[in-house]
Design a protein around this ligand. Structure first.
Ligand code: HEC
Length: 157
């Protein structure tokens, strides 16, 4: 083998190892119940920007629902800045606002999602989803709403 191939081989190895460690699907233990603290892997301690703990399976389903149905208005992070947000009056609030999160129990949020703004005394800008989403999907998306954090301020400690 020509010596000039060695660096390339080394890069190949790095890529393969990187891909293997980045693929959480295969090494993932059973998804922790929502709210269970997840011990970060040892390498997170040296990583420059520690990632959020991985979402459980249920929460990933909720994220899919959110991205498919809600993101257009509520925005990627729930901050109320989706591309359609400015067509609805009032604009959706920041769903990650800790004060809002604290003020609402899951049942409130599920009710709003199921019945829409009109069903719970808010505006018609928030559509009802009870005929589109299954009760499980509503549970999942509300679970996912709980993981949203506002991005314009440091998280409340
Ligand atoms: C067409 C735009 C639009 C879409 C799509 C949309 N929403 Fe909304 N949503 C709104 C608006 C506007 C409000 C604020 C209504 C108000 O304050 O009168 C709102 C409010 C809410 C609230 C209540 C916030 C509060 O003030 O109590 C929740 C929870 C919510 N949306 C969740 C969702 C979820 C989950 C989805 C996806 C399944 C979704 N929304 C899709 C526009 C949208």
């Amino acid at each position: 083998m020509r010596p000039s191939m060695l660096p390339r081989l080394a890069w190949g190895l790095v890529l393969v190892l990187g891909a293997a460690s980045g693929c959480s699907r295969h090494k993932e233990a059973p998804a922790p119940a929502a709210g269970t603290p997840v011990t970060p892997p040892a390498e997170a301690a040296v990583a420059p920007a520690p990632l959020e703990p991985p979402l459980s399976y249920e929460l990933r389903l909720g994220k899919q629902v959110f991205q498919h149905y809600c993101l257009t208005c509520h925005g990627e992070t729930g901050a109320g800045d989706g591309f359609n947000a400015f067509n609805v009056e009032p604009h959706p609030r920041d769903l990650g606002d800790p004060a809002f999160q604290k003020a609402k129990v899951d049942a409130d949020l599920k009710d709003t999602v199921r019945r829409g703004g009109v069903g719970v005394g808010l505006s018609s800008g928030m559509p009802p989803w009870g005929k589109t989403l299954t009760p499980d999907q509503i549970d999942q998306v509300v679970g996912y709403l709980r993981t949203l954090k506002r991005t314009d301020a440091p998280p409340a400690s």
